[in-house]
Ligand binder design. Structure first.
Ligand code: AMP
Ligand code: MN
Ligand code: MN
Ligand code: MN
Length: 275
């Protein structure tokens, strides 16, 4: 039976509102879904405020996705069963998302300096109501303006770490993220280990207090999945997985339900008392 523990909404860089996401998840027959927006739990707070979380017919796990500081690699850490009212977390998140506003402005300046004619207003229009402005919003503007055929290519040439328009995030060390997740009563999971592009670093991270590993992920092939399953077993981490659904037609999976995991993994994480 299907579940999905990694999804994004309009509160970060996803296309669907939380209401639309939950409706689509029910439509797809999902039993458990985690909302894991970048640097914000506002999407879950929004559902709560509208009486949609907790939900009766689907198990919603309140989550988040953080980006950790590293000089060369992308390290993303998911938090599950996050207390959305934890003030220590909320205060830090507002610092982190505020820094995203300055960062996006800096990226736009760099792009202008490189000859790309894009404006802050165009990015904000694409970002809509999101307060967690991301490189993917900027990538979409570059595609819309005809500079690149896909967001991926915009990342490859300009936006990825080490490329000319890259600007670092607010600096959060892995340890800072783990303690924020812990303060909010949650469990920390290393996201998409293959995208760290350094298995020795992944193995080091597994020994730093992370509790789970995102073994099941669209970009993991059978061999990757097996390798990360063994790593999870070696360090007694629980296994999670999810689609990293953003809702865009050019990014697999394009629909919820296309990439799912067995309910058993989600059940282990689900805390009805949190709902
Ligand atoms: P940011 O949070 O500003 O660092 O932006 C990272 C987001 O951009 C990720 O969450 C993905 O949604 C997207 N992204 C990262 N790398 C790529 C890539 N190579 N191609 C397309 N989208 C990407
Ligand atoms: Mn994203
Ligand atoms: Mn990620
Ligand atoms: Mn994600």
């Amino acid at each position: 039976m299907p579940s999905d523990l990694h999804t994004h909404t309009t509160f970060s860089d996803g296309k669907l509102t939380p209401e639309e996401l939950i409706a689509a998840a029910k439509e797809a027959g999902l039993h458990y879904i985690a909302i894991t927006d970048h640097d914000t739990v506002d999407g879950i707070a929004h559902l709560y405020d509208n009486g949609l979380y907790p939900a009766k017919s689907i198990g919603i796990i309140p989550g988040i996705e953080f980006s950790a500081h590293h000089p060369t690699q992308e390290i993303h850490i998911l938090g599950y069963n996050i207390d959305i009212f934890c003030t220590e977390l909320i205060d830090k998140l507002s610092e982190v998302t505020n820094a995203r506003w300055d960062r996006f402005s800096e990226i736009v300046s760099k792009l202008n300096g490189l000859g790309y004619e894009i404006s802050e207003a165009e990015v904000l229009q694409i970002a809509g109501t999101s307060k967690s402005i991301s490189r993917s919003h900027i990538g979409r503007v570059l595609v819309k303006k005809g500079y690149f055929p896909s967001v991926r290519e915009a990342f490859d040439v300009l936006l990825s770490k080490g490329k000319p328009a890259y600007v670092a995030h607010y600096r959060l060390e892995v340890e800072d993220i783990l303690s924020l997740i812990k303060a909010a009563g949650g469990q920390a999971v290393l996201a998409h280990p293959k995208l760290v592009h350094d298995d020795a670093l992944v193995e080091a991270l597994c020994q730093k207090g992370i509790e789970g590993l995102e073994v099941f992920y669209p970009q993991h092939d059978a061999e990757d999945t097996e390798r990360y399953r063994k790593l999870a077993e070696k360090y007694s981490l629980f296994m999670t997985g999810g689609s990293d659904f953003h809702g865009f037609p050019t990014r697999y999976p394009t629909k919820l339900g296309e990439f799912t995991i067995e309910d058993a993994y989600a059940k282990e994480l689900y805390r009805p008392e949190k709902a």
